[in-house]
Ligand binder design. Structure first.
Ligand code: SF4
Ligand code: SF4
Length: 83
């Protein structure tokens, strides 16, 4: 689950690559602010593909670690970190 989709507006070149690569269609374009935003945070799988796709590293996925639901692999990663 997504807590926040941070976008550094000073870096963003408005290429919309982050929208294109999100396989869950979490990200949409804010026409007014001319920047991407996380419209469907519950659907986010915290895969960070949008971060990797951004050519200028302007986007950052902040997961909601307090959420009751986690994608399965994120839960696994957390367990691995505990060991
Ligand atoms: S982390 Fe993955 S699922 Fe979440 S917004 Fe980015 S590309 Fe979409
Ligand atoms: S991929 Fe990066 S530069 Fe392109 S619209 Fe998204 S945040 Fe902006």
């Amino acid at each position: 689950m997504l807590k926040e989709l941070k976008v550094d507006e000073s870096k963003c070149i408005k290429c919309k690559a982050c929208l294109d690569v999100c396989f869950k269609n979490v990200i949409e374009w804010d026409e007014e602010k001319q920047k991407p935003f996380g419209k469907y945070p519950l659907d986010c799988q915290v895969c960070a593909i949008c971060e990797f796709a951004c050519p200028v590293k302007a986007i950052e996925v902040i997961p909601d670690w307090d959420a009751k639901y986690y994608p399965r692999y994120v839960s696994t990663l957390r367990e691995v970190n505990v060991k």
